[in-house]
Design a binder for this molecule. Sequence first.
Ligand code: MV4
Length: 512
Amino acid sequence: MFEKILIANRGEIALRVIRACQELGVKTVAVYSDADAHAPHVREADEAVNVGPAPSSQSYLLGARLIEVALRTGAQAIHPGYGFLSERAWFARAVRDAGLVFIGPPAEAIEAMGSKTAARQLVIAAGVPVVPGTTESIRDAADAIEIAERFGFPVLLKAAAGGGGKGMRIVHAAADLPDALASAQREARNAFGDDAVYVEKYIDGPRHVEIQVLADMHGNVVHLGERECSVQRRHQKMIEEAPSVAVSPELRARMGATAVAAARAAGYVNAGTCEFLLDRDGQYYFLEMNTRIQVEHPVTELVMGLDLVQWQIRVAAGEVLPFAQRDFVPRGWAMECRITSEDPSNGFLPSTGRIEYLHLPTGPGVRWDGGIESGSEVGLHYDPMLAKLIVHAPTRALAIARMRRALRELTIDGIETSRGFHLRVMDHPEFQRGDITIQWLEQRLPELTKPAMPREAVQLAALAAALVAHEERTAGRGAPAVTATDPLPSASAHGNGPSWRDVARRESLRSS
Ligand code: MV4
């Protein structure tokens, strides 16, 4: 086992990795930007090194600097977390070339899965079902029309270098192809520096189901079942669960075997995830492989009863996976809500400021993976995901009830968050039935984000609260208590500061 690991990340995932290290008896080195000098991951690590100014391009993304810090502090390995440098093959290679261990897959496996067209070729050869389409990039509009007509409209143009939905265009008819191709290529060039685009048949109304895999250096590869990730907005997942209502034990075994075949084809080692579309007929199609630990890994940990981050570290240190595939049967139901600093009632605009007060839910079956505390400053430099609230219960219905309870226990004062939005989702009958596709959330956004009360009702409630607060402040100071049966006192009649009528006037002006 390693003696010391450098964690090349921040926020909740940095803390998550620190916790795994503490349990394994491994020392930790945190890195941080100027904006994160007081962040919890800095305090919880055994050592912490400032690596630059707030922008991640000048701190968390400076691979060479992070490697230099690892060497200087005597760390033997680097855990990249997710995002930042986690899927940059050049970084994985530079870590290895520096004589350190990258806690993730080999650079070659990251590269093999990085190009969507190359990944399709690789997994097709291993017998993995992919969405009907090409594995070569399109030459021109005429080429695109010919290919699209072969598969039938609608088709989806995708960036070969892509992922995450950038450079994607749905095309319903040949006449729309030239313009769609030009804009997909432009977006791909801007996002990835590569304008290669290819064609897939468009799958309408599927679920997004992914399979977790875990592989060691000795040829052992297991899958840990699926996560249902359909509840997403603009390619950002909001709620994930394990298992999926749409996956039977038989389908799990088939999708799992497919994911293992894809991992083997890529020479995969460490934790990884194969993303699939699952259509209404139970057909599934490989989309891409994420070559990192994912945000939503805890739901798998809870139903499978293992610590994925610890196993990432252990296989990176050369340990043999001691599991057989039959050891992995999901137990109960796990669900995760991503708590973000976004304002759902305002188009999910990022919300910034100081977290004045934080109260965390506890009790049976509740887990909080967070990177915030009372006093944390939330700015715009990094991802708006602050924390994940995760629950585990015997059944899906009980997991929803538990999530509801935990969301209600959670208080985050000072900034807007997604908390209330998650409560609305938990209360939605379609969500409760598991009747969801990748389109569900965006279709239901109006009802899930409309204000709870009309504006006038909020103003009246604020006014009433101000009156009560004033009443409590002035009670026992000579002013007669104001009750519902009292006549309206005149302004400043009692000489004890402003009368409640003055307060009411001030508050009504303030809230309008
Ligand atoms: C698709 C698709 C429908 N048909 N491919 C979006 C991101 C990228 N990973 C692949 N994506 C999709 N590919 C075909 N042929 C629909 C999506 C898609 C999607 C996939 C997973 C989760 C959320 C999604 C939201 C919109 C579209």
